[in-house]
Design a binder for this molecule. Structure first.
Ligand code: ARG
Length: 394
């Protein structure tokens, strides 16, 4: 077993009793044994080791197996995700020792860039979670301020309108205050804001080769490309804490491929996002004077078809919502065979278009909260220092 870096911080044990962490670690080990990853005796032995390590140091170092299988189960337990069919395919890159002791944000940044390159994999997107050092019990850990590692800036103009992605207006304002200057286009890639607990956050510009994007064109409408729409190749969620066996991995970016509706029927079309349906409809020559012409619906479908087509043409992994929902139901059935439920939030997993044409529509789900799991970070620029301590040391 590796030596825990927590041994270097003797102040921790008094900060929090080991009880709840030990109990959660024991739960995790029981679960791993129940799923056949180790014998009941080995699980018990390991639980004893962890309890002793907790008593001595206030923390513990998870084994590679605990981290990998635990992260997979956390994904499986997450009620928001339609893609859980692939939970066993998640890879974990173990970067728990990066930056520890050195406290250098640029070291974390380098790894985050490498994470993007690994996940991109030339277009065959990998399911990849990178685990950085977990937070010591009762303290904040390292984090990034970004909701995703790759996202576009949203600049609020004087008249209240937004250039770029309205979703990131507050983040963009925060990085502008920190001295970042964007180019002022509709698709400016935001810098990463990296923060170690107890230190000022630092921002870093992502290198272009770590930010693959896809230009959106339509299989039948040559004019479509002229709209200048684009999106980043894959999402990398970076504002969720992986809560695993009593430890909190506060920096654990998670990459996967897209479902086409996320881009076509949400990011580029929501009225409080890029709001591109009117432009698409005009290109299609639709009558946009009345809702009853269903111009939005027609434009939405063609935009989503364009997204799927463009990613396919560019050789970038993406799935459609029909395939995704069928896989989800297969996952659900497989879980049932293993005697497990399938925690899900119906409103989160039902696709943004054509919901009723998918098998999810008729089914009912319980968004049961099971552990391990992912929980969202509080927004860093709004949080106070009282609760989770996300920016306790701002
Ligand atoms: N909906 C988010 C986005 O459009 C990404 C959420 C995760 N999606 C995924 N396919 N893993 O960027």
């Amino acid at each position: 077993m590796k030596t825990s870096h927590l041994r270097a911080t003797p102040s921790v044990p008094s900060a929090q009793p080991a009880g709840p962490v030990a109990a959660e670690a024991a739960d995790l080990l029981r679960q791993l044994a129940a799923e056949g990853h180790l014998s009941a005796e080995a699980a018990q032995r390991r639980t004893g080791e962890i309890t002793a390590e907790l008593a001595a140091t206030g923390g513990y170092w998870q084994s590679d197996l605990e981290l990998l299988q635990g992260a997979r189960i956390a994904w499986r337990n997450n009620p928001q995700c339609i893609g859980k069919f692939y939970w066993k395919g998640l890879d974990v890159w173990d970067c728990r020792e990066v930056g520890v002791g050195g406290c250098d944000e640029s070291g974390l940044f380098e790894v985050l860039v490498e994470h993007l390159r690994l996940a991109w994999n030339g277009g065959k997107v990998r399911l990849l979670l990178t685990a950085f050092t977990p937070a010591e019990p009762g303290t904040p850990g390292p984090r990034v301020w970004n909701g995703q590692l790759i996202r576009y800036a949203g600049y609020r103009r004087h008249d209240g309108s937004v250039l770029g992605d309205p979703e990131t207006v507050e983040f963009t304002e925060a990085v502008l205050r920190m001295g970042w200057r964007g180019r002022g286009t509709e698709y400016d890639v935001l810098p990463l804001v990296v923060q170690w607990p107890g230190r000022e956050p630092r921002w870093f510009e992502l290198p272009a080769d770590a930010v693959p994007e896809v230009r959106i064109s339509h299989p039948d409408h040559p004019w479509f490309e002229g709209l200048g729409l684009r999106w980043h190749a894959f999402p990398t969620i970076s504002d969720q804490v992986l809560e695993l066996g009593g430890l909190r991995y506060t920096l654990a970016p998670f990459s996967a491929w897209y479902t086409c509706t996320e881009i076509g029927a949400r990011n580029l079309s929501d009225t409080n996002r890029y709001d591109k349906l009117p432009e698409v409809a005009r290109g299609m020559g639709l009558d946009t004077s009345r809702d009853r012409t269903l111009w939005r619906d027609r434009a939405l479908l063609e935009l989503t078809a364009a997204v799927l087509h463009s990613y396919d043409q560019a050789g970038v992994s993406i799935i459609d919502h029909h395939f995704a929902t069928k896989q989800f139901v297969r996952h659900e059935e497989r879980e049932q065979k293993h005697g497990r439920g399938c925690p899900a939030d119906w409103s989160a997993i039902v696709p943004a278009t054509s919901g009723s044409t998918t098998p999810i529509w008729q089914r009912r789900y319980e968004p049961t909260r099971e552990r391990p799991n992912f929980t969202p970070h509080p927004v860093p620029w709004a949080a106070d220092s009282s609760g989770s301590g996300a920016v306790a040391d701002r």
